[in-house]
Design a protein around this ligand. Structure first.
Ligand SMILES: [Zn+2]
Ligand SMILES: [Zn+2]
Length: 291
């Protein structure tokens, strides 16, 4: 079953099984605003629910899982309300908001996705409140390329990469979120991004609570950052290469260097221990603290 809503379409879809589609399971486009409630939307070859070109409407208490692309995509002026859904087991991200997408996401559970639980990209500005974003196989929330958005009172935990990664000229506001038990950093900010962080709790994350690249200066008010592990500093003090505590695809934030003797570029992040061992006696220079 493939459902499409166009041109001011309204309507109610309730308690259906929507699965195995080769395109999006449900398309919501061009000013339409349907109500989608208590459906099982799963195992599609693309997106589960796609809000496209000013799609609106209400997505409530659906079970959205096992899609090849994102469970929910919101783009180009779309502004749906998304509440009390489970969005999980995706082979890509949970929710992708991009190209000036918005949306209000409240009280959802977003878990066990292969990429970010929520992606906010390219001038998008959704509101996320009281969601649980957990057990991701990548980051919890990733905000890239002038992403903005407001995150309030979310629980973001046990994700494999940063709880919240903020990059490339993004500037979101985070208030009173609890970001914890991550297998990387709590919050990482890099690549010319900034953030307004107020009253957040960042604790028991493996690579530290708040990791800021050189020249990143967020606005910080009354955040509590405690009981985080410092796996990066420990690896440095034991002489391990930082690849050993991460992987080739995701380096933890750390001091990195280039080797003038070997003529490496700034792109190759050489960690301090490789500088001390493999590049011993070479002419080296500090590049920056970054990921
Ligand atoms: Zn190294
Ligand atoms: Zn060298």
């Amino acid at each position: 079953m493939l459902k499409q809503f166009h041109e001011k379409g309204k309507g109610l879809i309730e308690e259906n099984e929507v699965y195995g589609n080769s395109l999006a399971g449900i398309w919501v486009t061009t000013g339409s605003s349907p109500i989608l409630r208590k459906n099982r939307i799963h195992s599609g070859k693309q997106v589960g629910v796609y809000f496209y070109d000013n799609g609106h409407g209400l997505l409530e208490e659906n079970d959205i899982f096992n899609h090849l692309y994102s469970g929910v995509q919101i783009r180009t002026g779309s502004n749906p309300k998304i509440t009390r859904n489970k969005i999980w087991g995706g082979q890509n991200g949970g929710v992708l908001v991009y190209n000036n997408g918005a949306g209000v996401l409240e009280d959802n559970e977003i878990f066990d996705n292969a990429m970010a639980g929520v992606w906010i990209k390219t001038d998008s500005h959704p509101v996320l409140r009281r969601n649980k974003i957990y057990d991701g196989r990548d980051g919890g929330v990733c905000i890239f390329t002038k992403g903005r958005g407001l995150l309030e009172d979310n629980d973001i935990y046990r994700n494999a990469q940063a709880g919240v990664l903020i990059s490339t000229e993004s500037h979101p506001t985070l208030r009173r979120n609890r970001i914890f038990e991550g297998r990387a950093a709590g919050i990482e900010i890099t690549n010319g991004a900034t953030a307004t962080l107020e009253g957040n709790f960042l604790f028991n994350n493996k690579f530290g609570g708040l990791c800021l690249a050189t020249d990143v200066r967020p606005i910080l008010r009354e955040n509590r950052i405690f009981d985080n592990q410092n796996a990066v500093e420990r690896a440095v003090s034991r002489g391990y290469c930082l690849f050993k505590i991460s992987s080739c695809t995701s380096f933890p934030m750390h001091d990195f260097y280039r080797c003038v003797t070997c003529n490496t570029t700034d792109r190759n992040a050489i960690c301090i221990n490789c500088i001390r061992v493999c590049h011993k006696g070479h002419q080296v220079e500090f590049v920056r603290h970054d990921r």
